[in-house]
Write a protein that binds this ligand. Sequence first.
Ligand code: NAD
Length: 360
Amino acid sequence: MSKQILILPGDGIGPEIMAEAVKVLELANDKFQLGFSLSHDVIGGAAIDKHGVPLADETLERARKADAVLLGAVGGPKWDKLERDIRPERGLLKIRSQLGLFANLRPAILYPQLADASSLKPEIVSGLDILIVRELTGGIYFGAPRGTRELEGGERQSYDTLPYSESEIRRIARVGFDMARVRGKKLCSVDKANVLASSQLWREIVEEVAKDYPDVELSHMYVDNAAMQLVRAPKQFDVMVTDNMFGDILSDEASMLTGSIGMLPSASLDANNKGMYEPCHGSAPDIAGQGIANPLATILSVSMMLRYSFNQQAAAEAIENAVSLVLDQGLRTGDIWSAGCSKVGTQEMGDAVVAALRNL
Ligand code: NAD
């Protein structure tokens, strides 16, 4: 039976970058005889316009039935004034939690051709290749109780809760170790065990899981130090594993080391490696509709999908090589452009990757 891939372009630049990623996916499907069947649906603002909610039940059902989901980005000023519960971003949180996508993988790779795009010195970032594994469905973003209460005297006080169970920690730690095992065999677990009870349990369980991975070198780091080390000497890291909030912050920091948010893909996986794949950036309303967005993060999300959900390593590598070849040719969208390179639009960049992939 064919493998089903659900395409959710979303809002803003989402449809523009997705059109290019789909061209690459369709070519890879033919070239490597992957047997994929693609279907399209709406999410975010586009779904609010069509159904009145950011994720319709039938779309969620199609996502459940699909073998993988490829998503563009959601959100935009048109929907910013809506109630929090029906805003575009709620659709994204809902699909992640309903599909049980607890492991968020965010690589921060600096392509040598783009070394000038980083704000750090080339010798600090050249060759950078980090993978951040972030727990995505637990911790303080979902913890209860939360709210605002009135203290004696009438002052308001707000509070959140940071819960982690042993099983939640164990399964994300395993993803971290599994990833490290097929990469540089180094895992750094990031926590705040000197202060937080949830982090003390986190460290204890990570140590326990480590016994199953004697071939992986484990280290622990407090999150404040990790934030510092990422800008001081980022190449010391191979795989980092951390909780939802720390991962949110550190993965954005790491992505900026590469200087180009338009280049960075991500994967969110469930316990069976079913996943949703999306660029790290948002819907970029400031440049939507202009045909200038960088489609490479979405194209590289396709390659992550082939690698992690379908174990199609050759096809995944071919897409990555095609992207690298296009950068070698000096083609750049505006966000990664530097003097001496040719500035191209979204479609031209997508066409160039398709041509490179065809010729590989
Ligand atoms: P953003 O990532 O959309 O944009 C930040 C900056 O990066 C902008 O200047 C934008 O033009 C640029 N940029 C982003 N992607 C680019 C690309 N592919 N090519 C060239 N330039 C690119 O973040 P934001 O401006 O904070 O948010 C805009 C909207 O996106 C908001 O509604 C926000 O809620 C939403 N958002 C969605 C997601 C998601 O869908 N996963 C993630 C972040 C933000």
